[in-house]
Write a protein that binds this ligand. Structure first.
Ligand code: SF4
Ligand code: SF4
Length: 93
């Protein structure tokens, strides 16, 4: 099965509260030149907003892979599992 087909089986129960927070937006703006979060997240949760000069976080699409816990070179992402009953669920077939 191709990845696109597998992702088609993903279901989300979206919380109103984000389970992801950028700890210090100034670090993103002033210290992180490459902004690797905009590339390593498989769900494209992080996007650089050039107008607002900050990382926009589309937490609703998070696949809960945990990559951002180790991927941010400044440890600047405060990520927790979504509250019980919320978040992603996987269907096998
Ligand atoms: Fe900010 Fe970390 Fe993303 Fe860099 S990788 S832009 S420090 S959240
Ligand atoms: Fe993206 Fe994975 Fe982090 Fe969710 S846990 S925001 S899918 S890198």
């Amino acid at each position: 099965m191709k990845l696109d087909d597998k992702l088609y089986l993903v279901r989300f129960n979206t919380d109103k509260l984000s389970h992801i927070k950028i700890s210090n937006p100034n670090v993103c703006l002033q210290q992180c030149q490459d902004k690797p979060c905009t590339r390593f997240c498989p769900a494209h949760v992080y996007d650089w907003d050039e107008e607002e000069k900050r990382i926009a976080v589309g937490y609703e699409g998070c696949l809960e892979c945990g990559t951002c816990l180790i991927g941010c070179p400044f440890g600047n992402i405060d990520w927790k599992y979504p509250r019980g009953g919320f978040g992603v669920s996987w269907k096998n077939g």
